[in-house]
Design a protein. Structure first.
Length: 258
């Protein structure tokens, strides 16, 4: 059994990289090797709209595995973080959770994801590049994998809370399988100031384990979540729906400034 534990703290919408795309002047910021757990939700539209700056609106898929998803809760174990010189950046690892909205700016045709909030285990990471992260007052991440003669089972528990009342948690036990590899490039914008954004270029393996739209074998054995408090409370009023549960077993992500 493999066990990783972080002690309590003191998208499916992909923009593919096409060959021959024009070169752009970008500044490399960091690279990180990560494991993620992503929950796709449909939350109340009015509450979500109140989180967006003027001129931006949700870009909700009408078909496919992301159909009707207007919010993603993404738990991230940043296993290894390095700077442009290849050396560990800061303390070199971190755990966090953030909320991302698939968005578009109709006036320009710009699409991407917008970070509206998050909680980070590393207080030095708050408020972070998007001005949205709160330092965790409570933090726990535990992952255990059992492999034997039967199917490989993984159990994950994530818990983040902030002093201002925000809380996001998930408990999962699932049958782990291989996942297809994909490469993508996505712009992530700050809801506090959408002029601020980063470009994420990554390779990753995304395993859709439960989905209400596409026909995938449901391999989730146990699942529960909590989300409440502070600014995010209006998004999770009991009417929200979980549309997809996706394990990202590995992700190599490079972040660039435009």
């Amino acid at each position: 059994m493999l066990r990783l534990m972080a002690a309590p703290a003191a998208c499916l919408a992909l923009i593919w990289l096409w060959p021959g795309a024009p070169a752009r002047a970008e500044t490399f910021i960091e690279h990180s090797a990560e494991a993620q757990m992503q929950l796709d939700f449909h939350v109340p539209d009015a509450a979500l709209a109140a989180m967006l700056p003027a001129g931006w609106e949700p870009n909700v898929a009408t078909a496919g595995p992301a159909k009707d998803a207007n919010l993603r809760m993404i738990f991230i174990d940043r296993v290894d973080i390095t700077g442009p010189d290849g050396k560990p950046l800061g303390r070199g690892s971190n755990q966090l959770v953030y909320l991302a909205i698939p968005i578009k700016q109709p006036s320009t045709g710009t699409v991407g994801q917008m970070i509206i909030g998050g909680i980070t285990a590393d207080p030095a990471d708050a408020p972070g590049p998007f001005g949205a992260y709160l330092p965790a007052s409570v933090h726990r991440m535990e992952r255990a994998t059992i492999a034997g003669a039967q199917a490989t089972l993984t159990q994950e528990d994530w818990e983040f809370a902030a002093a201002s009342g925000e809380r996001m948690e998930v408990h999962l036990k699932y049958e782990r399988r291989g996942a297809p590899k994909a490469a993508a490039e996505v712009k992530f914008f700050s809801a506090a100031n959408p002029a601020v954004y980063q470009i994420f270029k990554y390779e990753r393996a995304l395993d859709i384990m439960r989905n209400v739209t596409v026909n995938v074998a449901d391999r989730v054995k146990e699942f529960s979540y909590k989300a409440s408090g502070g600014r995010i409370g209006a998004l999770f009023d009991g009417t929200e729906r979980v549309l997809s549960i996706d394990a990202i077993h590995w992700s190599n992500r490079a972040a660039y400034a435009p």
